[in-house]
Design a protein around this ligand. Structure first.
Ligand code: 9D3
Length: 245
């Protein structure tokens, strides 16, 4: 996979892209991530990328020419051009999985009041928002999208952690995790986890995961695919029962 990120602030991206799983996925050749400086695609001595809005009003608008020139130079057949924008469709795990199937993503980071509408209409295939809060630009959203997509590429996480098996992959929250020591400041690790009884541990984990989801994110239970035993546990929670500690 290839991901190009187009921005006026390339330094906001360079550090995070080189670290951890994103850095390792690139080193393994699973993905090639490149940052394009939009200013380099602007013309004239001053390389102007924005201008005043027609019709007046405050703020600045990204000009179309540098974005078109840049994307037309970068795009390969089948590329998906995505504008990070507060008005875009809501990003989530399903959108990440959909994007992970593409061969080439071009992520355009918006800034200022927005981009010239002709960019949305004639250059961009899709517009994505990462949530209902106001950021200063599309750079951090581009990193969020890149991170969520790259970890889904086969081999990106190493073999011990398959992305489909984590609880969000199943649409549930995870229960608690513990590591050594068994006792820390008199707080003990739940006995079941030390029991060596794998079936009991699996049942406990599933009950904990469901309990946490029911308490914190009941909305997730509307769409999660639950087994009959899991549905029975939820029914017991409704009747006031708590999971075994
Ligand atoms: C003053 C202009 N704003 C009116 C409320 C519109 C606006 C445009 C551009 C507000 C923020 C931004 C910068 N944000 C993004 O480019 C952005 C974003 C976000 O702010 N929140 C969640 N997802 C995203 S994706 C891109």
């Amino acid at each position: 996979m290839k991901i190009d990120i187009v921005t006026l602030f390339p330094a906001m991206l360079a550090g995070p892209l080189g670290e951890s799983i994103l850095g390792r996925a690139q080193a393994k050749g699973l993905v090639e991530i490149r940052v394009a400086d939009l200013r380099e695609w602007a013309e004239g001595r001053h390389r102007v990328t924005d201008d005043y809005p027609f019709g007046g009003g405050g703020g600045m608008v990204l000009k179309p020419e540098p974005l078109f020139r840049c994307v037309e130079a970068l795009r390969r057949p089948g590329a998906r051009v995505i504008l990070l924008d507060p008005q875009g469709r809501a990003f989530g795990q399903e959108v990440a999985a959909e994007l992970a199937r593409a061969e080439h993503l071009i992520l355009l980071c918006g800034r200022y009041e927005g981009v010239d509408e002709r960019v949305r209409e004639h250059l961009v295939d899709d517009e994505i928002s990462i949530g209902d809060y106001v950021l200063t630009g599309g750079e951090l959203p581009a990193l969020v999208v890149t991170d969520a997509v790259v970890r889904l590429l086969p081999g990106a996480l190493g073999d011990e952690a398959a992305p489909g098996k984590d609880s969000f992959g199943r649409g549930l929250l995870e229960g608690p995790h513990y590591t050594r020591p068994e006792e820390f400041r008199a707080w003990r690790v739940p006995e079941v986890l030390l029991s060596g009884d794998h079936a009991r541990v699996a049942r406990w984990r599933r009950a904990q995961s469901l309990w946490r989801t029911w308490r914190r994110r009941p909305d997730l239970l509307e769409t999660a695919e639950l087994t009959p035993e899991e549905q029975k546990l939820i029914e017991e929670f409704r009747q006031g029962k708590k999971p075994d500690a």
